[in-house]
Ligand binder design. Structure first.
Ligand SMILES: NC(=O)c1ccc[n+]([C@@H]2O[C@H](COP(=O)([O-])OP(=O)(O)OC[C@H]3O[C@@H](n4cnc5c(N)ncnc54)[C@H](O)[C@@H]3O)[C@@H](O)[C@H]2O)c1
Length: 354
């Protein structure tokens, strides 16, 4: 067993080297010095340990390179640290990739989640408390028409292989709560944006391309609507639900920021014009063939988490998007290392002989 007795709690965070996971760990490790956090991540293309340089040597943080699809490794890690909680973010997360190749999504999102649930079940069978926080998406609910919102009781209706595998994992978590009494909570969140997002996703992709004078590809007519939330607000919501959410409940998290994709891209262009000057970048917008099964509109009713736990987003969309554009412009090396694959060498350099 690892020497972690002096800590109040021992919490596993899966997918901690990804976009939301990195932001979450940066937030939690300094906020809870009396908790011990273990980042469990197998470092797919989306895992970037250089995001976590500032906490790498913190006494309450450790990284474990583990694939959640490998049950023996997951189980050994649970025994080593004797966790009393898990925040589960590890996933294949990009819809376009799930259309091109769904197998990895079924493996990680369904089997990987199942392995973690099994390890948690073994842990509660040995005695002691364990909270399982499953981080999921609003995409499990499918697509909305022009009006209405996703609530916690909206029926599941996933349309992409990504959302179908996330829906499958949500159901497994629910079943483990009902069947085995596992103390579990699930959060279904809208689209996140902010620092450290892999530049295959809409906002960093547009910033990078606009900076380089490359085309800004927009699917279909660009009028698909997403509800955007600044990642730090999502991290605060996860913190609240992990600590105070009611066992067996799901919580919808959203930013009250519905915006058409095309409007979002125009806004990014205008902000970049303002910061960098030069020719208007809107002229780089190029419409491309729509994604198959492209959901038209997502919008979240977040009143449950607001009323129950007092959560509200702290960033307006204007503040969040300005911070985000500025962050990517100031962190060009990070962005270019993602694109070149240079970031993949970070683990080798820092961890290969540990
Ligand atoms: N990004 C969003 O807008 C959003 C919105 C709502 C919910 N979510 C959910 O939040 C979670 C995190 O999303 P993200 O955008 O940070 O994803 P991401 O793709 O940026 O990061 C995923 C992380 O999981 C790791 N991972 C993948 N497969 C693994 C495996 N088999 N074993 C161990 N680690 C593995 C990757 O290395 C990476 O570090 C996901 O579960 C996603 O479904 C994301």
């Amino acid at each position: 067993m690892a020497k972690t007795e002096k800590f109040e709690r021992k919490i596993a965070v899966t997918g901690g080297a990804g976009f939301i996971g990195s932001n979450l760990l940066l937030y939690l490790v300094s906020r809870y010095p009396r908790y011990f956090f273990v980042n469990i991540d197998c470092l797919t293309y989306a895992g970037n340990l250089s995001n976590l340089i500032s906490i790498e040597k913190a006494p309450n943080y450790r990284f474990e390179k583990i694939d959640i699809c490998d049950y023996a490794a997951v189980s050994a890690c649970f025994e080593k640290y004797d966790f009393d909680g898990l925040i589960h973010l590890a996933a294949e997360s990009h819809v376009d990739r799930s259309i091109a190749g769904p197998a990895e999504f079924v493996k990680t999102n369904v089997i990987g989640t199942f392995n973690l649930l099994e390890a948690a079940r073994q842990k509660i069978a040995r005695g002691g408390n364990f909270r399982f926080h499953h981080v999921s998406t609003d995409e499990v609910f499918g697509s909305l028409g022009e009006s209405g919102y996703f609530g916690e009781s909206t029926p599941y209706n996933p349309n992409s292989p990504y959302s179908a595998t996330k829906a499958g994992s949500d159901h497994l978590v629910r079943a483990y709560h009902k069947t085995y009494g596992l103390d579990a909570v699930t959060t279904n969140c809208s689209n996140n944006y902010g620092p450290y997002q892999f530049p295959e996703k809409l906002i960093p992709l547009m910033i990078r391309n606009a900076k380089a004078g490359l085309p800004l590809p927009v699917y279909g007519d660009g009028r698909n609507i997403r509800d955007w939330l600044y990642v730090e607000d999502h991290c605060r919501a996860i913190d609240l639900v992990f600590h105070r959410g009611k066992s067996g409940k799901t919580y919808n998290i959203g930013g009250h920021n519905e915006i058409e994709n095309i409007e979002l891209v125009r806004l990014v262009c205008r902000l970049m014009d303002e910061i960098l000057g030069g020719e208007p970048r809107e002229k780089l917008i190029t419409y491309v063939t729509d994604r198959p099964g492209h959901d038209r509109r997502y919008a979240i009713d977040a009143s449950f988490i607001e009323n129950e736990l007092g959560w509200k987003p702290q960033y307006s969309f204007e503040q969040g998007i300005r911070r985000t554009v500025t962050w990517y412009l100031e962190n060009e090396v990070w962005l270019e290392n993602c694109v070149s694959g240079q970031y993949l060498k970070y683990y080798e350099k820092m961890y290969s002989n540990r």
